[in-house]
Design a protein. Structure first.
Length: 283
């Protein structure tokens, strides 16, 4: 055995150094180019009076709208972030419940969760949001004589959360099924119930494996939050549409909205990359 082989066996944690070509490939040049492009575009927009007016209208913190979930909200970016975060948290919890039901041995739970997933995945997100906004919300209001009424923002959040819960349920299901069945059998042999084994053994490993796709779905929901504009929720796109309808300057209005979405998406993409690096599971 050579000296190098002995050193390699003695210190297995030593990793081979990356070549210059590998370092250039791994460096996020795409991010540098994108950040530079966005920065130049944003600076150029600020030089234009029309673009400054459009950006101010969309992001204006003094343009108060309505109260949702006891919080006084604003138009534009704040509504987009509120809708995205709240919808995603609800979808995470509901999706986890559905995902566990999808791998359950109980036929009732399995078929109920499967029915929900297939129905929600079969209906376009836009149709679902319109249905909740113009059918469910008025129906609840009329059925309760106004005692239970959802705001436009709450209706949009409900639509996104219910729709994305079906997709997240499949992500959770895939993560749970990726854990070897022997671990469940070992946990049960130690005296754990099915619920205890799922909670303490299976779910911690499964969730760790599905963190990257869950994080990517968060970025997708940020973009899909623009769909709630169809029920007059004053997020970025709806604010841009209002600006265009008042000024007839579609070029500046929609370009400003696109830039704001791109900035928010880029921030979340970098967050997702960080999470993937922290939670990566080797095969």
């Amino acid at each position: 055995m050579s000296v190098m082989e002995e050193v390699s066996l003695a210190r297995p944690e030593i990793k081979s150094r990356k070549t210059f070509s590998q370092q250039m490939r791994d460096f996020p040049w795409w991010g540098v180019v994108l950040v530079l492009g966005i920065t130049l575009a944003f600076v150029a927009m600020l030089q234009s009076e029309q673009y400054r007016a459009a950006l101010q209208f969309i992001v204006n913190p003094d343009n108060t709208t309505e109260i949702a979930a006891g919080i006084l909200i604003k138009t534009g970016v704040r509504v987009t972030l509120l809708v995205t975060v709240v919808s995603y948290v609800i979808a995470l919890v509901l999706g986890l419940i559905l995902g566990i039901m999808r791998v359950s041995g109980n036929p009732i739970l399995f078929h109920l969760s499967t029915l929900y997933v297939e129905v929600m995945r079969g209906v376009p997100m836009l149709v679902l949001i319109l249905w909740i906004g113009f059918v469910v919300v008025p129906g609840l209001r009329d059925a309760t004589n106004g005692a239970f009424e959802l705001s436009r923002v709450q209706g949009g959040i409900a639509g996104l959360a219910l729709g994305y819960a079906a997709y997240l349920a499949e992500v959770y299901r895939a993560g749970i099924e990726s854990i070897h069945k022997g671990q469940m059998e070992a946990a049960r042999s130690l005296g754990m119930s099915y619920v205890q084994a799922m909670r303490h053994v299976i779910l911690p490993q499964a969730i760790r494996r599905v963190v990257p796709p869950l994080a990517n779905d968060f970025v997708a929901m940020l973009k899909d939050s623009a769909l709630v504009s169809v029920v007059a929720v004053p997020e970025i796109l709806q604010s841009a549409r209002l600006y265009v309808s008042r000024t007839f300057r579609a070029f500046e209005g929609y370009n400003s909205a696109a830039l704001l979405y791109l900035i928010l998406t880029l921030l979340f993409v970098f967050l997702v990359r960080y999470i993937e690096g922290r939670w990566r599971v080797d095969a």
